[in-house]
Design a protein around this ligand. Structure first.
Ligand SMILES: Nc1ncnc2c1ncn2[C@@H]1O[C@H](COP(=O)(O)OP(=O)(O)OP(=O)(O)O)[C@@H](O)[C@H]1O
Ligand SMILES: Nc1nc(=O)c2ncn([C@H]3C[C@H](O)[C@@H](CO)O3)c2[nH]1
Length: 213
């Protein structure tokens, strides 16, 4: 299955993962896997009181993503159909490590390892990042009720967590292509040429044997 494109778009909250995933899916005609945010019944409470609601929130995200990945494996990847997803399952670790108590995180990690041991592994990660100001502006503009209590401090911590995690990820997984883009410098929504530059880089690094559109 290594030669079937399985692309994930990753980065902190509101950076544009879903927006870019849609554009990639439209351009390459790949199946898209999108996370349904409203499905997590704990998220609104989590933003009001992280300590109180973190375990339920992180477990829900983990179980949901496990099921989604099982489904896309069964329906698409195992039938040799490419997929672009607006998340990588590893994001669970970034969020869980930030919000869980150390003893809870140790238990969570055991469950994560069991659930993910035989999951399909993406062959490309597109890592989007942007400044705190950009993220805050986009989250505000999007205006999800559930996110009205997101604290800038929490967002900033996640930005740093993502940078550290991605550095380590590249060292640990040299076989997975990571393409990094700065969302403050590139605007793939308003500038056609910026989107084209991203698409060209993806095309260049698609698994061997995948033809240009
Ligand atoms: N390059 C961009 N320029 C301006 N606005 C953008 C850009 N990319 C995304 N947006 C807007 O920012 C908001 C967040 O984008 P999007 O929902 O794609 O982010 P996300 O990373 O998927 O978010 P989440 O982490 O919550 O899943 C949306 O309102 C979207 O229209
Ligand atoms: N706590 C927590 N753990 C996760 O694994 C996770 N993944 C996403 N999110 C939050 C970010 C956006 O508000 C919203 C949409 O991405 O959901 C998460 N929150």
């Amino acid at each position: 299955m290594k030669h079937i494109p399985f692309i994930t778009v990753e980065g902190p909250i509101g950076v544009g993962k879903t927006t870019l995933s849609k554009q990639i899916s439209e351009h390459f005609q790949y199946n898209i896997l999108r996370e349904i945010v409203d499905e997590n019944p704990f998220l609104g409470k989590f933003y009001e009181d992280i300590n109180e609601w973190s375990f339920q929130t992180e477990m829900f995200f983990l179980c949901n993503r496990y099921k989604q990945l099982e489904d896309i494996n069964k329906n698409f990847l195992s039938n040799h159909q490419p997929v672009v997803a607006d998340y990588h399952i590893f994001k669970n670790l970034i969020f869980a490590q930030r919000s869980l108590q150390p003893n809870q995180y140790a238990k969570y990690l055991n469950i994560y390892d069991i659930l993910t041991e035989d999951m399909p592994v993406p062959n490309m990660v597109i890592y989007l990042h942007a400044s705190l100001d950009t993220l805050l502006a986009r989250i505000k503009k999007r205006g999800r009720e559930i996110e009205k209590n997101i604290s800038p401090v929490y967002l900033e911590q996640l930005l740093t967590d993502y940078h550290l995690f991605m550095k380590e990820f590249q060292l640990k997984h040299p076989d997975v292509k990571v393409l990094e883009f700065n969302g403050d410098e590139l605007d793939f929504v308003k500038n056609e040429s910026d989107l084209k530059a991203i698409i060209n880089q993806i095309q260049e690094h698609l698994p061997k044997g995948v033809k240009a559109k």
